[in-house]
Design a protein around this ligand. Structure first.
Ligand SMILES: Cc1cc2nc3c(=O)[nH]c(=O)nc-3n(C[C@H](O)[C@H](O)[C@H](O)COP(=O)(O)O)c2cc1C
Length: 296
C-alpha cells in the first residue's frame, strides 16, 4: 500500500539531495507524520532490527542540533534522521538503506528537502544522540528540513563534483540473462518502470553500483553490486559503513514500491544464481521473484 499523497514514481522523480535549507523548524504536523511512520515502517526485507529518530530544532531552541557536525557540507538543516541497526544481522546495511530511503521518500512527499550523509559527518556526536547500544551501529544519517528555492554555491559544487544530475543509461545497469547482454525496454516489459525508478535513486558519490540481470523468460531479477575501489578503501581505513550495500537497499526500496504501485507483486530471496562470467568486482546481492503475470 502506498503511504504517500503522491504516486511513488512522482515522489522518486521529485527527490534530489538538498544541502541548503531555510533554517525554520520543520512544521509540527510534518514532524508528527514522520514520527508516526517510524512506528510501522522500520522493518526492511531482511528483518534486521532497526530504530530511527527525528532530531529537530524548535524556533527558540536550536540546541537539539548542537554538535551534530556535517563538516560544512550541509547548511541550515533544521533536523536529522538518525538510525541504528543490529550490528550482527547479515543484510543489515541493505535493510538500513531500504528503510531510511522509505523515510526520505515520505519526507519528499511532505515537500521537505533531504540529503543522505554517509561520510561527511561526526559519527560519535550522532551516536550519542541516539544512545547507540553495544549490539547496534549507526551507518549513515539524513539531513532534513525546509528546502531553499535556490541551491547555495557549496551545494552546487558538491553536486557538480559528484555528477549528481547524471545517471548512467539503462543499458549500463540492466541486463538479460548474463551481465553481458543489455536489457532493452521491450525485454523489461512492465518492469521497465521499476528499473527506471532504481536508476533515479541516490547512491554514495552517485556511483550507481546497481547491476540487475533479468531472467529471459520470467519476472525474476538478480541484483548485483559493482564495487568501487575508493569505497572499499574508505570502508576499511575510515571505518565507514559499507555505503554501497546501503545503495543496494535504496534500489530495493525504489524497485519494490514502484512495482507494487503498478500491480507487480513479488518477494525478495537470496540465492546466488551463479551466472557465468561475473567480473571479480561484482558481487551477487539479492533476487526479486515476481509473480507470474502470464494469466493477467
Ligand atoms: C549512502 C549514501 C551516502 C551519501 N553520503 C553523502 C555525504 O556524506 N555527503 C553528501 O554531501 N552527499 C552524500 N550522499 C548524496 C549523494 O552524493 C547523492 O545521492 C548523489 O550525488 C546523487 O544525487 P541526488 O541525490 O541529488 O540525486 C550520499 C548518498 C547515499 C545514498
Amino acid at each position: 500500500m502506498n503511504h504517500f499523497e503522491k504516486s511513488v514514481q512522482d515522489v522518486i522523480a521529485a527527490r534530489s539531495s538538498c544541502r541548503s535549507y531555510i533554517e525554520d523548524p520543520i512544521p509540527i504536523e510534518k514532524q508528527n507524520k514522520i514520527n508516526d511512520f517510524f512506528k510501522d515502517h522500520i522493518t526492511g526485507p531482511f528483518h534486521s532490527t532497526a530504530r530511527f529518530i527525528l532530531v529537530s530544532a524548535t524556533k527558540d531552541d536550536t540546541d537539539a542540533l548542537k554538535n551534530l557536525g556535517t563538516y560544512g557540507f550541509i547548511k541550515g538543516a533544521s533536523g536529522f534522521i538518525i538510525g541504528a541497526v543490529d550490528k550482527h544481522s547479515e543484510k543489515n546495511m541493505e535493510d538500513y538503506g531500504y528503510v531510511m530511503e522509505k523515510i526520505i521518500l515520505l519526507a519528499t512527499d511532505l515537500e521537505l528537502g533531504t540529503c543522505w550523509i554517509g561520510g561527511s559527518f561526526n559519527k560519535s556526536s550522532f551516536a550519542q544522540k541516539m544512545d547507540i547500544k553495544d549490539n547496534e551501529m549507526l551507518p549513515a544519517v539524513a539531513a532534513i528540513g525546509n528546502k531553499r528555492e535556490k541551491r547555495t554555491a557549496v551545494d552546487s559544487i558538491i553536486r557538480w563534483a559528484a555528477g549528481s544530475k547524471n545517471r548512467q543509461p539503462g543499458e549500463h545497469l540492466f541486463f538479460s540473462d548474463t551481465l553481458e547482454t543489455p536489457l532493452t525496454q521491450k525485454m523489461a516489459g512492465d518492469y521497465a518502470l521499476p528499473l527506471e525508478m532504481v536508476r533515479l535513486g541516490p547512491s554514495a558519490s552517485n556511483k550507481q553500483p546497481w547491476r540487475i540481470v533479468k531472467d529471459n523468460n520470467q519476472p525474476i531479477f538478480h541484483f548485483y553490486l559493482q564495487r568501487s575501489k575508493s569505497y572499499s578503501r574508505n570502508f576499511k581505513l575510515l571505518k565507514w559503513a559499507d555505503l554501497q550495500r546501503i545503495d543496494m537497499g535504496i534500489a530495493m526500496c525504489h524497485f519494490e514500491l514502484s512495482a507494487n504501485e503498478i500491480g507487480l507483486n513479488g518477494r525478495w530471496h537470496v540465492a546466488d544464481p551463479e551466472l557465468s562470467n561475473v567480473p571479480e568486482d561484482i558481487e551477487y546481492s539479492v533476487t526479486w521473484i515476481g509473480q507470474d503475470h502470464a494469466n493477467r
